[in-house]
Design a protein around this ligand. Structure first.
Ligand code: AMP
Length: 508
């Protein structure tokens, strides 16, 4: 399916302005399919997960259809968890920034009911809630849904898993039959299809899960980390692997600009490419990247289209792409013309599920690794320094320095100390731009508990309760030798235990 441009979606100027401000360059697949369909007044049943842009896919047409002069609830969005309610509300707030007098009220358990009652009395236009708390308000008579034009069931399979089936049926029954019903779910079990058959009319079916595409044969590694540690992680990986030409993908133009600034302040030759860059600038940037004077090109997917550079050593998914297909397009920029390449992917929190889906659909394996520590970087730099030392010794012309060292020895310095201190000074300088306090090991992804989860029947032990950990830190560019990609915690621990027990070291 052809992806449309936002300008082709007949959106209001206020909406287009908000979308540009949010840094969206073009609609995602799901948005291209959903927005026109909802604008035509049809129902939607869509298989899509977080990360595909599904929230904006329904929020944009809903916001475009709200009559702000009419003081009643016109849209209800149901989400399984309070976390998702807050996330969805934030997205609505951003998208309606330039629309006046539209009100959105989030309602979820755990939040003071008095505050919600006050907000509901003001006749908001849009309600975003968890089924449990929404039902509470319906029963209290504080929520009237008889004029609702849109009902959205977001992550429907999760809501069913949590035992909210009856609540959802009740909410649907309380809304007029003329409403548009939008359902998004990661999976499509028969339970959901049955409810939807009863409550939807000729819905358009949308499946944004992609067909398998051939993945290029390149090493693929992922790291779990916090959003705020991404710049440090990127710098450590660039330095550890001594990467001279890298393509870094971000999802928005804003992020591209801010990352370029960060990289420049850390001393890298970086430039950004996105939709706001004109053709002349683009040609200059591309030619700098081709001839290597720009080492790191930070780009959005749209801007990176058509980039054809053979020597890209590494592709970074600084943000996991919203579209599964984009992952393959992105990583295909490295490992070209018979050269080896590596793709590094940064994963934050729940994105791990999207990454697993990318793996499954493309039948690829992305290996988990740890962000290198500063010790890891030092180690790899020392290897590099060793090579430089032997070259320099071979070339000679060292008498001036030998004389100086002899002078120091006469002053009671020990040659071993002198050499060690020089190495330390060299490595410390290289580590100046790194943040030694940043501890990647501390990161654990854990979903916040679900509202009402324990008290309801239904499957327990959601697939989202797993914990994930990540690791490390590290150092320099020109001196580093190239170790294997990323760090394997087991290997590191083994190494550490050897360091602590020097007698166990292998004799050379
Ligand atoms: P969602 O799948 O709705 O959870 O969206 C995932 C992330 O993608 C959110 O941070 C959105 O703001 C962002 N997003 C949504 N649409 C676009 C787009 N067209 N371009 C770039 N980012 C987007």
């Amino acid at each position: 399916m052809k992806r449309l441009k936002f300008e082709e979606l007949h959106l209001s100027d206020e909406m287009l302005r908000a979308v540009v401000e949010m840094g969206f360059e073009e609609p995602t697949h799901i948005q291209s399919e959903t927005i026109p369909t909802l604008m035509e007044g049809k129902d939607i049943i869509g298989q899509a997960q977080t990360g595909t842009g599904k929230t904006a896919a329904y929020a944009i047409p809903i916001l475009e259809n709200i009559e702000n002069g009419a003081n009643y609830i016109q849209a209800v969005v149901m989400c399984p968890t309070r976390e998702l309610v807050i996330q969805v509300s934030d997205e609505f707030q951003k998208l309606m920034k330039y629309k006046s007098n539209i009100t959105v009220v989030p309602i979820y358990g755990g939040q003071e009911i008095g505050r919600q009652l006050k907000a509901l009395k003001k006749n908001p236009h849009i309600i975003i809630g968890t089924p449990g708390r929404t039902i509470d308000h319906i029963k209290r008579g504080t929520l009237k849904l008889e004029n609702v034009s849109f009902v959205v069931l977001d992550e429907a399979d999760e809501m069913l898993d949590m035992g909210f089936k009856d609540d959802i049926e009740l909410i649907l029954a309380k809304t007029p039959k003329t409403r548009q019903t939008i359902m998004f779910s990661a999976t499509m079990p028969e339970d959901i299809m049955r409810i939807m058959r009863r409550h939807q009319e000729h819905p358009k079916q949308i499946d944004v899960t992609q067909k398998k595409i051939d993945a290029p044969k390149i090493e693929q590694v992922y790291f779990e980390l916090h959003e705020k540690t991404k710049p440090e992680a990127l710098s450590r990986l660039l330095d550890l692997h001594n990467i001279k030409l890298a393509l870094v993908f971000c999802n928005t133009r804003k992020k591209v600009d801010s990352l370029v600034e960060i990289l420049k302040s850390r001393g890298y030759f970086a430039e950004g490419l996105h939709g706001d860059i004109n053709q002349n600038q683009r040609e200059r940037i591309m030619s700098n990247f081709r001839n290597g004077s720009t080492e790191i090109l930070v780009a959005t997917d749209v801007a990176a289209r058509g980039i054809d550079v053979n020597d890209v050593e590494a592709v970074f998914n600084y943000d996991l792409p919203g579209d599964d297909e984009d992952y393959i397009h992105r990583i295909g920029r490295t490992g070209r013309a018979g050269k080896s390449g590596v793709a590094f992917t940064f994963i934050v929190g729940k994105e791990i599920y999207n990454m697993r889906r990318i793996e499954r659909l493309n039948e690829i394996k992305i290996r988990r690794a740890m962000i290198p520590t500063l010790d890891d970087l030092d180690e790899s730099r020392l290897e590099g320094i060793k090579n430089i030392l032997s070259e320099t010794i071979e070339k000679g012309h060292l008498s001036k320095f030998i004389n100086y060292i002899e002078k120091l020895v006469d002053e009671d310095f020990v040659t071993m100390d002198i050499a060690a201190a020089l190495l330390k000074i060299t490595l410390d300088r290289k580590n100046e731009s790194f943040d030694n306090s940043m501890n990647f090991h501390d990161y654990t992804f854990q979903e916040t508990p679900k509202e009402g989860f324990k008290h309801r029947k239904g499957k327990s032990g959601s697939r989202r309760n797993d914990k994930f950990r990540s690791g490390g830190r590290s150092g320099d560019r020109s001196y580093s030798s190239k170790p294997e990609y990323g760090f394997d915690k087991k290997k590191r621990d083994k190494r550490k235990s050897k360091e602590n027990k020097p007698w166990k070291r292998k004799k050379k």
